[in-house]
Design a protein around this ligand. Structure first.
Ligand code: GLA
Length: 726
């Protein structure tokens, strides 16, 4: 049984194959957290200690017991206003203006199957073996009902949490802050790992020791953002890739979020993940509910590598959906860096012809094919094909591309409107704008009010009108600005940021239902919305607008801590690179791009014959390894921020096949040799390097490493395929 309830002591036990979670309803009805970590067997309530702590208040009903204080006790869902002065998971403003919500246990239910969330993405379990625990808490005075949801995926070592808030009182209350997960640790000294960045430089790993006080990351940009990813790890200070305790929290949501890690006065640690409290005041009228998006929790006692492996499996098998979850992804050529806005139908057709000759499966027509769109200052919202620019209808273009044996994909940005567009001239009120103020522009565009169904319906119809014009097999869904003017003509202010994201999800769901055979790729100026919420709808996401191979090594390294390679889109682009001006060899660019869903972002006609031959060879190799990359176990072998090389590996689940990739980062005179230590192989099996024919025992490669050649050139890269022989 994954979930149990021990009546004596009112203990909840949640157990996965290798982890355990414990909580307790105490004598006053408070829900206390007891333990999360490696598998245990007892109740774990012996961990609770109570001492008289000055300036930490005592709830009324404990009487004279000054040793009982919520300011010190570990809690499951801490609330503002009842004597816990640490960061709260929930802040509720009552009708009388007070900020208080005294949550006590009402009941619980253990259910078969993993819960789903209305209108929100959530982990699912097809096997039917998962279980759900629902614990209901309530505040007598205001009538607030809080249902804590726990999903337990035993085999996957995953526990999920979500929360449903409901106003059962007769006066409106306003939710000012709501997290879906809280982890209280009574002991431990942790490092916090988070992923910060900016446009074209997303998800840099940052690791810092938690000190007293609060360390917080989040987004107020309307999307999860380039700046901080909604994914964090608490790790033992000594934890490494292969050893030590680590706890991961991954928010399954694509909008504003807040993650706070706090070390308190007694050296205890609290980690919270949930909705951003700024630009959020969610009033619940009588009977109204709010679902706080899900957080996925995972624990590893063997370092960061195992934690990543468990998140990869969870995302790949329990979050991504649809036909393309398990299907090979096409190798594609995207027109963006090849032509930007300067193209016509002939340009696309030429690209298609040259891609066919190279073995590329699909051409994607990026931005610039609709309305008046010669640059990024106009046209968004006018989803009509610019036939004059293309010189033909979309159907004709697609047919011609298809007749070259090449599939066709297209770019859209449905959430946006340009002021210079027919749509905006007709419906200026459809954009998010604060009355009486001029809007803040971003990329010279405004954001459509996707909280409104009528707006979504209109855009949906327009987009369908495009997708129905021919055999479109892939759609790149973009979103190219942060949201500033949070004000809707129809939706209550304070709810807009949340309802906007739900609107995006509803649109995506409708699109998936209507076009189950289309592969959806997410994008927001590259990786500005690379999150678990989007992956429920789009099984792959354009990782970054930065296609420079060296920068990509760091970006993809950071991305790999939570997200599997199958979700990471990575393309070979031209040199000098358009974002950095750096020139890296075609081979190295190929090796880096093969760490995910592979493609090209250049004009093949500008390649020499020799380069074209190399591209053909890259594609041939990639296709041979595609399943290994998409489904294999992924191992980080070095830290690109510290080592002289970046190395990673894919190993098939049965360990019979592996692909090692290495990019050398440093070049000096009389260079030292780098020995790359492999992972994930069978110790006593012999593996053959398919190119050199050399044979090695798995243990030898893992314990002593493999020497990399010393070459006098910049950033050489190596790919070594190993096949198990015995
Ligand atoms: C964003 C995307 C790019 C490209 C452009 C088009 O920046 O990340 O890949 O599609 O928009 O305008």
């Amino acid at each position: 049984m994954a979930i149990g309830f021990r009546q004596e002591g009112r203990i909840f036990t949640l157990d996965t194959k290798h982890t355990s979670y414990r909580m307790k309803v105490d004598e006053y009805g408070f829900l206390l957290h007891l333990y999360y970590g490696g598998r245990v067997y007892g109740n774990m309530d012996y961990l609770l200690t109570c001492y008289d702590r000055g300036f930490s208040g005592n709830p009324w009903d404990v009487g004279n017991d000054r040793t009982y204080s919520l300011d010190v006790l570990p809690q499951e869902y801490p609330v503002m206003g009842v004597g816990d002065f640490r960061n709260s998971a929930l802040i509720v403003r009552n009708a009388d203006g007070s900020d208080c919500c005294d949550l006590r246990y009402i009941g619980h239910e253990i259910k078969k199957g993993k819960y789903g969330l209305p209108g929100l993405p959530a982990v699912y379990d097809d096997s039917g073996e998962a279980q759900t625990l629902e614990i209901t808490l309530g505040d007598k005075v205001s009538g607030m009902r809080v249902t804590l949801l726990y999903g337990v995926l035993e085999e996957a070592d995953i526990i999920t949490r979500s929360v449903i808030l409901e106003n059962r009182g007769n006066k409106g209350v306003t939710v000012e802050k709501a997290a879906s997960a809280c982890l209280d640790f009574v002991t431990g000294s942790f490092d916090m790992l988070s992923f910060y960045g900016r446009h074209t430089m997303e998800r840099n790993l940052q690791r810092e020791a938690l000190r007293h006080g609060t360390y917080a990351i989040g987004s107020r940009r309307g999307t999860s953002s380039h700046q901080y990813n909604p994914a964090v790890i608490l790790a033992d200070r000594s934890a490494t890739e292969d050893a030590g305790n680590c706890y991961g929290m991954l928010f399954v949501y694509s909008g504003n979020f807040l993650c706070e890690a706090e070390r308190d006065q007694y050296d205890q640690t609290r980690l919270l993940m949930g909705l951003q409290s700024d630009v959020f005041h969610y009033t619940l009228e009588q009977g109204e509910k709010l679902t706080v998006p899900e957080t996925i929790l995972c624990y590893s006692d063997r370092g960061l590598g195992l934690l990543s492996a468990r998140f990869h499996a969870c995302i790949g098998e329990h979050l991504c959906r649809g036909k393309f979850r398990d299907a090979p992804r096409p190798v594609l050529l995207n027109s963006w860096e090849a032509a930007y806005f300067t193209f016509d139908g002939q340009t696309i057709l030429k690209l298609a012809k040259s891609t066919a000759a190279l073995g590329i499966d699909m051409i994607v027509m990026d931005d610039g094919w609709f309305g008046k769109r010669e640059d990024d200052n106009s046209g968004l919202g006018d989803w009509q094909v610019n036939e004059k620019k293309l010189g033909c209808t979309l159907r004709e273009l697609i047919d011609k591309v298809n007749s070259e044996g090449v599939k066709f994909g297209i770019w859209i940005e449905p959430e946006m409107v340009s002021e210079d567009s027919e749509l905006y001239r007709k419906h200026p009120d459809w954009a998010l704008r604060i009355p009486g103020r001029e809007p803040v522009r971003g990329r010279n565009q405004l954001v459509l009010d996707f909280t409104r169904k009528d707006v979504r319906d209109y855009i949906f119809e327009q987009i369908c009108g495009i997708l129905d014009q021919g055999k479109i097999e892939y759609v790149k869904w973009d979103m190219n600005r942060s949201i500033v003017d949070v004000f809707s003509g129809e939706t209550a202010q304070g709810k807009v940021t949340y309802q906007y994201v739900l609107g995006v999800y509803e649109f995506l769901e409708r699109l998936l239902q209507r076009y189950p055979d289309i592969l959806l790729e997410g994008c927001s100026g590259g990786g500005g919305r690379f999150d678990a919420g989007m992956l429920y709808y789009t099984p792959q996401i354009w990782c970054s607008d930065n296609t420079d191979a060296l920068d990509r090594l760091r970006i993809q390294y950071g991305t790999s801590f939570f997200y599997p390679a199958s979700t990471v889109c990575s393309h070979v682009s031209a040199v000098p690179n358009h974002q950095t001006g750096r020139s890296v060899s075609l081979h190295t660019r190929g090796v880096v791009a093969m760490a995910g869903a592979f493609g090209y972002e250049l004009d093949p006609e500008k390649l020499t014959e020799e380069e074209k031959a190399s591209v053909r060879e890259q594609i041939r190799k990639y296709k041979g390894w595609e399943a290994l990359i998409r489904r294999g176990s992924y191992y980080r072998l070095s830290d690109p921020f510290a080592a002289a090389y970046t190395a990673w590996m894919f190993v098939s689940k049965d360990r019979s096949r592996a692909l090692l990739s290495v990019v050398m980062l440093e070049m000096h005179g009389n260079m030292t040799v780098s020995y790359v230590k492999l992972k994930g192989l069978d110790d006593t099996s012999v593996y053959r390097d398919t190119e050199s024919g050399r044979r090695y025992y798995g243990a030898d490669l893992m314990k002593a490493g493999l020497p990399m050649p010393v070459e006098q050139k910049e950033y050489p890269a190596y790919q070594i395929e190993l096949i198990r022989e015995t």
